[in-house]
Design a protein around this ligand. Structure first.
Ligand code: ATP
Ligand code: MG
Length: 557
């Protein structure tokens, strides 16, 4: 996989901008915007758009606004707006200006009056259902509404009365007067305004009339002096409407809409509607559940903003829709965490090891160092004492071939510590192993025993010094690569997407873990401290990603 960490790779959008700059279009200015609708949390797909819009602005010394596309009050909330601002900042970007489509409600209304005066818009009394029927199909032209030739005066009067609240919701709509026979259905007199008595979080009850996306978006872009309006491919067929509105009206400028392929990531979904359903039906624990592809979820899982930015750079920007493998994202996450996360030891399924020849009340602080490139991330003093805990599966009574770890009568090295030998296995009445009795070799600290080959190295913690912890092992949310293709995406939820391990033990130093600090737990994976759920002395860690790709083709579930 090609990497290019410093220089953003070129793409067709940058080529268009370079060309525009050469021709001194827009007076050499570059202005973009990221226009989320505040009806849910941002997801990894939005990250692609954020990195593109803010990245281009930064690269060309231009501007990038964060604009809330808040024209659909019933579905929008302050919580969503706050989360969006938080997530954009977290990803590492700062907007030039914070705007809202609702800032322009008055101007949008005036522009609508202008269209009516130009004979380019009319008030229609057809119901939503009738409008659908009149619209025609891909093969048949649409049919004109009886109201299409209403006089300009009457249209002006009705539209003003729509605003004044004289009509019921749905009684009238304002439509653009374009072409009912257009091969592009979006151009068959699309709705511009509808009556909706809904409380708006910013404009309160001032309006009972709300503009449609295709109408408000292009004008908002023009009012903000956006030069390049970047959006996803499904808006390609809306571009003629975008241009029509701006051509008909006398707006400050006419931004260029450019479409790119939306991010589709395997084993997850990036539709806010479906993500919302997962949250409201409690298939996950909220928008920031670490299994969610939301930025809040990825963050809580321990994914770094840098890993997401690298991912967006790596997948590039094109006009071809394609599915990106989850392993690409995981690769970026591992790269960053491998380089930058401190090492620690955690035992997931503890097995007690008593070292019979070790002094009863002694504690040694062993200097452990296991990040050769960045010693400061690996170096620490780890307490060692008579009773240590190891992973249950690092011991085998009946070892499979090539088993290099501890066996009865065999030796193994405790990472950064001594070589121990297992002398006896203690079992309960049912035959379950409850502890191992071992001995240690004082001469083996930091060097290999002479004449004996000890191949295995296992991790451990001191029973007395380690802290109890809950480790949450997260896995993919879906069992199939393209859950969107299923009749019901809920049918392919992965029932094993979360395994909660209680009774784990972690290095004592982790008791002071700071919120969101990330670690590589040796041999087990990358984990992030969950300060929110770590209450009453319980330490909770979320697994960000395994150390290696365990989902390589053929090994899935
Ligand atoms: P969703 O389908 O999740 O509801 P949306 O397009 O309705 O997405 P918006 O809040 O309108 O969500 O999106 C804000 C911006 O993010 C838009 O410019 C949109 O094109 C872009 N965006 C949304 N999803 C993706 C994606 N999967 N890949 C790239 N860009 C995306
Ligand atoms: Mg949208």
């Amino acid at each position: 996989m090609p990497t290019n960490d410093t220089q953003p790779s070129s793409n067709f959008i940058r080529q268009i901008i370079n060309q525009d700059l050469e021709e001194n279009k827009n007076n050499g200015k570059v202005a973009t915007r990221f226009p989320p609708e505040p009806n849910g949390y941002l997801h990894i797909g939005h990250a692609k758009s954020i990195c593109l819009n803010f990245g281009i602005a930064a690269e060309y010394n231009g501007a990038c606004n964060l604009r809330f596309d808040d024209t659909n009050p019933e579905k929008e909330s302050v919580e969503y707006m706050e989360s969006i601002k938080r997530d954009v900042h977290w990803l590492g970007f700062e907007w030039t200006e914070l705007r809202h489509a609702s800032d322009y409600f008055e101007q949008l209304y005036d522009y609508a009056l202008q269209l009516i005066r130009q004979g380019k818009a009319y008030v229609d009394s057809l119901s939503a259902e009738q409008i659908r029927q009149y619209r025609g199909t891909l093969t048949e032209p649409g049919k004109a509404s009886p109201d299409r030739n209403r006089s300009i005066e009457e249209n002006l009067d009705l539209f003003k009365r729509m605003r004044n609240g004289e009509f019921a919701d749905g009684q009238y709509v304002l439509r653009a007067k374009i072409d009912m026979a257009s091969p592009n259905i979006n151009m068959r007199d699309p709705a511009l305004y509808r009556i909706r008595r809904a409380h708006h979080q910013r404009t309160g009850n001032d309006w009972c009339l709300y503009p449609m996306y295709d109408y408000s978006h292009c004008i908002s872009d023009a009012l903000e002096g956006i030069t390049h309006s970047l959006c996803t491919l499904e808006f390609e067929d809306h571009r003629p409407l975008y241009d029509w509105v701006l051509d008909e009206l006398d707006t400050p400028c006419h931004p260029q809409q450019i479409e790119f392929a939306r991010l589709q990531l395997e084993y997850t979904i990036v539709s806010k509607r479906k993500l919302n359903q997962l949250v409201t039906e409690k298939h996950v624990n909220g928008w920031d559940d670490p299994r969610m592809p939301t930025l809040a979820g990825l963050r809580r899982a321990g994914v770094t903003p840098k890993a997401i930015r690298d991912f967006c750079e790596r997948i590039g920007v094109t006009k071809q829709n394609s599915w990106i493998e989850m392993s690409v994202l995981e690769y970026c996450i591992r790269e960053d965490l491998n380089d930058n996360s401190p090492r620690a030891m955690a035992v997931l399924h503890p097995l007690r090891v008593v070292i019979d020849n070790y002094p009863e009340d002694q504690t040694e602080y062993l200097e452990i160092s296991n990040h050769p490139q960045r010693p400061e991330l690996g170096k620490r003093a780890v307490p060692f004492a008579k009773v240590v805990l190891i992973e249950q599966d690092d011991f085998a009574e009946m070892p499979p071939p090539k088993f290099k770890r501890l066996i009865t009568g065999g030796e193994v090295r405790l990472r950064g510590s001594y070589v121990i030998k297992c002398n006896e296995v203690i079992k309960d009445a049912d035959g379950n192993i409850i502890e191992l009795r071992c001995s240690y070799d004082l001469d083996t600290l930091g060097r290999n025993p002479e004449g004996r080959k000890v191949k295995g190295v296992i991790h451990w913690v001191s029973e007395q010094h380690s802290k109890p912890a809950e480790l949450r092992l997260y896995d993919r949310l879906f069992t199939v690569p393209n859950p969107d293709n299923e009749e019901n995406f809920l049918d392919v939820l992965n029932p094993d997407s979360l395994e909660v391990l209680t009774g784990c033990r972690v290095e004592a130093s982790l008791a002071d873990a700071r919120p969101e600090s990330r670690y590589q737990f040796e041999r087990t994976g990358y984990f992030c401290f969950d300060a929110i759920d770590s209450v009453d002395g319980k330490l909770v860690f979320n697994r960000t990603v395994t150390l290696r790709d365990t989902w390589e083709k053929g090994t899935a579930l």
